[in-house]
Design a protein around this ligand. Structure first.
Ligand code: GLU
Length: 418
């Protein structure tokens, strides 16, 4: 895995690439390349043994031209100011391509959550929620889960915020448990949009998804659900990996059984029905029809991209390809459905959750999935239109052309203040 590409620089080069096809002034593009503000805070938290530890945390509010800042909070040792800034920018263009009335934000704590007990994680989360309270709110900035956070952390943040503000405001955060105001379908949403996007790409390319072979890099919430749903659509999952390594069975395996094995042992490695052990890199370069990178940024750099054999890539992770990898794959006619569309199911169902919270009226899972389907298909159609209208060879650039135009229009229509 390459550590070399700075994700914030990757974001900026993606914007520049698309800006060349847009009639938007450089001064406005400059605005769209930088966050409006970034909170950097130090949380001092008591551990179970009574000692204190300091944790650095960030929240970047990238752009609010189309609505309240929106985006997850991740807990990972690799979190940095530039990573959070990049992720918040990607959220801005993600909410724009799926055309939901939200901006972009992102947060993170530099921490390996495996090293801490549940009660320590609760105190750390509540300490961060206290720092965030003045800057979040259902009309201001709405956090959500991301890498290594989920319903449990969202419930704690909601409770801390509501306690400090002496109110009930479930729409201040999304990705909550159902009993705490969460939405049906939210947990599955990222994996679901990744496979809807892949299906649309196969249709567009006149390729058959039935029996198509699939490799999934990363078997967390997004990766394993994508594996399960693509298998249900008739494709064959032949390889999967997590941070401990990868597994491969050329005849395919049951993705749900592989997940059960991971739940029991901590990894997919050793799963009885896919005994061939391969590396994470091997998973990315297998001769498959569809590759789903579902781990972290920079999984595929320019060198590794030369060895990628998949025909279609649907990005469940944020930023899995470096700009160099992107250029190599576009040259080789690999159809990449970019992260900001492929994994937009998470934030789209977060939007549905926020709508339901505000209306105090809750939808069925069927309705959630139907509305999600429509939004992702519309996003894909907008991608194709921009791809063809501009004679582009890179679907990511086409997606940014649409998304940047929408953000710039909202900014310009509002006029300038002060
Ligand atoms: N963390 C997810 C993402 O990167 C979801 C964000 C949200 O639901 O606001 O898109």
């Amino acid at each position: 895995m390459s550590e070399t590409a700075n994700p914030f620089e990757s974001l900026q080069s993606q914007i520049d690439e698309a800006a060349a096809y847009l009639d938007i002034g450089d001064d406005v593009i400059e605005r769209l390349k930088h966050p409006e503000r970034v909170l950097e805070t130090n949380l001092t938290v008591e551990l179970d043994d009574g000692s204190l530890e300091r944790f650095k945390a960030f929240r970047s509010q990238f752009n609010g031209d189309r609505g309240p800042y929106k985006g997850g909070i991740r807990y990972h040792p690799q979190v940095s100011r530039d990573e959070v800034k990049a992720l918040s920018g990607w959220m801005t263009y993600k909410t724009a391509i799926v055309d939901i009335p939200l901006g972009g934000g992102k947060g993170g704590i530099i921490i390996d959550p495996d090293d801490y007990s549940e009660s320590e994680l609760e105190r750390i989360t509540r300490a961060f929620a206290k720092e965030l309270t003045p800057m979040i709110g259902e009309d201001r900035d709405i956090p959500a889960p991301d890498v290594n956070t989920g319903q449990r952390e969202m419930n704690w943040i909601k409770d801390t915020y509501e306690t400090l503000e002496n109110t009930t405001e479930p729409g201040v955060i999304t990705g909550k448990d159902l009993n705490s105001g969460g939405s049906e379908g939210r947990v599955e949403a990222t994996g679901r949009s990744t496979v809807i996007a892949a299906r649309e790409a196969f249709d567009y390319l006149d390729k058959d998804l039935q029996g198509a072979t699939v490799a999934v890099q990363g078997y967390g919430n997004a990766g394993w659900i994508a594996a399960k749903l693509i298998d249900e659509m008739g494709a064959t999952v032949v390889a999967a990996s997590d941070s401990s390594g990868g597994i491969y069975n050329p005849d395919g395996f049951d993705p749900v059984a592989a997940k059960e094995h991971k739940n029991e042992t901590g990894s997919v490695v050793g799963f009885h029905d896919a005994e061939a052990e391969i590396t994470n890199e091997d998973v990315l370069t297998l001769d498959v029809d569809l590759l789903i990178p579902a781990a972290l940024e920079n999984a595929i750099d320019g060198d590794l991209a030369e060895d990628v054999q998949a025909d279609v890539i649907s990005e469940a992770a944020n930023g899995p390809l470096t700009p160099e990898a992107d250029a190599v794959l576009a040259d080789e006619d690999v159809f990449v459905v970019p992260d900001i569309l492929a994994n937009a199911g998470g934030v789209t169902v977060s939007y549905f959750e926020w709508v339901q919270n505000r209306q105090r009226f809750y939808w069925s899972e069927e309705r959630v999935n139907e509305e999600l389907e429509n939004i992702i298909v519309d996003g894909f159609d907008a991608l194709v239109e921009a791809l063809e209208a501009n004679a582009l060879d890179n679907p990511r650039t086409a997606t940014y052309v649409v998304a940047i135009q929408r953000v710039a229009d909202a900014y310009e229509e509002a006029g300038s203040f002060p």
